[in-house]
Design a protein around this ligand. Structure first.
Ligand SMILES: Nc1nc2c(ncn2[C@@H]2O[C@H](COP(=O)(O)OP(=O)(O)OP(=O)(O)O)[C@@H](O)[C@H]2O)c(=O)[nH]1
Ligand SMILES: [Mg+2]
Length: 446
């Protein structure tokens, strides 16, 4: 039995650090701690200990130990945490000592979390929330991951599943005792319940992929005519010299990407080649890539040179609704009263000078507001993975079939399919089909 193994792994990042944390889980965790320190601290209380190699008694380190008796631990098994000084040598000596203890072996990637799932400590959505929290790079990502880890999404799907199970029980009663017949008002209430759920699932699915986008980052492309200041804007937003800027038109020839944290929202910003009739094959390819990126992006910042407003009109088709228009080089324009930006479909232009910095705060604020509008989950739980979306679409399709089913057996089958689809999201059913895939993808710590 695999679960009888006691596993151990470094829980903190490898390499030099103030402290390194090694974690043990399994029936032999407490014994291992005793072999190393000669004692077991009171449950869940950190205690200062001297770690000695059980083979020869040599001191490995002086640190802290915590003991979590089963089942009140992360994995639900007996868990031990060793807090050591974070050097490669200390960690290596401890790993070596642990490997020599009987019944202990290094954990496979994701194995602690897998045990937590198998022991009912986390459902699959919480496992994913944990993986996202460990990977979170911006505050909005952290908040979304924490909500999922705390079970917000899992509770929603489980409550839906419970409603379907109740409906199914009514329908199954009809199949089991056909002679009694199911009163028509019960049929009606089952149908109504399924329809109500069908509408809730549809509303949940129509979320514009905000949860998934928040995990992945919104793709924003800076586009516009050559020499307008696109690369200068990229550098200003990234607060470092990512792209070359020069007075020569056609300086940028490739797509340059940088990941940004925009007031907590993750953005992948792309600088592109200036759009014009290219003068050589390389620039032509650059322009092709710029157009492709503009089309694929979730949002566009169109930068136009305020002294050459006529160039703006040629860009209209690229704005595609989700765009911010910026009139740069306002320092060169004697009067800024013109409404030259209208008609592009991107609303009035924001006036900017990257030379003086005037207007940059406004551009940043507008951009952050646009990202918030696209990503902020609001109060409701949001879908964060394609896996959830697929299962919800399956549930929804099964409910559609249920609505037109004529025989109780078929109706029950449709309800069962919808229930299974929801159960797959939290890991209640069909777990064996998915576990390996999920834990390979969401393994923590390695
Ligand atoms: N006066 C003035 N010059 C600016 C401003 N912003 C950028 N520039 C200058 O305009 C020139 C072009 O800037 P870039 O940022 O390279 O322009 P680009 O749009 O990336 O140009 P391409 O890559 O060639 O398409 C550079 O010499 C910048 O220093 C501004 O607000 N005012
Ligand atoms: Mg450029």
């Amino acid at each position: 039995m695999r679960a009888a193994d006691t596993i151990f792994a470094l829980a903190s990042a490898p390499g030099r650090a103030g402290i390194a944390v090694l974690r043990l889980s399994g029936p032999g965790a407490g014994n291992a701690l005793h072999s190393l320190t000669g004692r077991i601290p009171p449950p869940r209380m950190a205690q200062r200990v001297r770690f000695r190699d059980p083979a020869d008694g040599e001191t490995i380190d002086d640190g802290l130990a915590l003991f979590f008796p089963a089942p009140r631990s992360f994995t639900g098994e007996e868990v031990v945490e060793l807090h050591l000084h974070g050097s490669r040598a200390v960690v290596a000596a401890m790993v070596d000592a642990l490997s020599r203890l009987p019944g202990l072996r290094p954990a496979e990637p994701g194995e602690f979390t897998r045990r937590a799932f198998q022991n009912g400590k986390l459902d699959l959505t919480e496992v994913e929330g944990l993986a996202d929290l460990v990977a979170a790079e911006t505050s909005a990502q952290r908040r979304q991951a924490l909500r999922q880890l705390e079970g917000e999404l899992g509770r929603l799907y489980e409550s839906w599943r419970a409603r379907l199970l109740r409906a199914l029980a009514h329908v199954e009663a009809e199949i089991d005792f056909p002679e009694e017949g199911l009163p028509s008002e019960i049929w009606k209430s089952v149908r109504d319940a399924a329809q109500a759920l069908r509408r809730e699932v549809a509303a949940h699915l129509a979320d514009d992929r905000r949860g998934e986008r928040l995990r992945e980052g919104v793709s924003v492309a800076i586009i516009g005519p050559p020499n307008a200041g696109k690369s200068s804007l990229m550098n200003a937003l990234a607060r470092r010299d990512v792209a070359i800027t020069a007075a020569t038109a056609g300086t940028t020839r490739d797509v340059i990407e940088v990941a940004l944290d925009l007031e907590g929202y993750p953005v992948v910003l792309a600088d592109t080649a200036g759009l014009r009739e290219a003068s050589d094959a390389i620039e032509e390819e650059g322009v092709r890539r710029a157009r492709a990126r503009a089309a694929a992006a979730d949002f566009r910042i169109i930068v136009v040179d305020a002294t050459r407003p006529e160039e703006a009109s040629a860009l209209g088709s690229l704005a595609g609704g989700a765009a911010l228009l910026v009139a740069n080089k306002m320092d060169l324009r004697p009067s800024d009263g013109a409404s030259w930006a209208d008609g592009l479909g991107a609303g009035p232009a924001l006036r900017l000078s990257l030379q003086t910095g005037k207007g940059l705060t406004e551009v940043l604020a507008r951009l952050a507001a646009e990202m918030k509008a696209r990503l902020d989950p609001g109060g409701a739980p949001v879908i964060t993975r394609a896996r959830h979306r697929t299962a919800l679409a399956d549930a929804s399709a099964a409910l559609d079939r249920f609505a037109i089913a004529t025989m109780p057996e078929l109706a029950a089958e449709d309800l069962r399919a919808a229930t299974r689809a929801l159960g797959r999201i939290t890991g209640q059913v069909d777990v064996e089909d998915m576990l390996d895939i999920i834990f390979r993808e969401f393994c923590i710590g390695k």
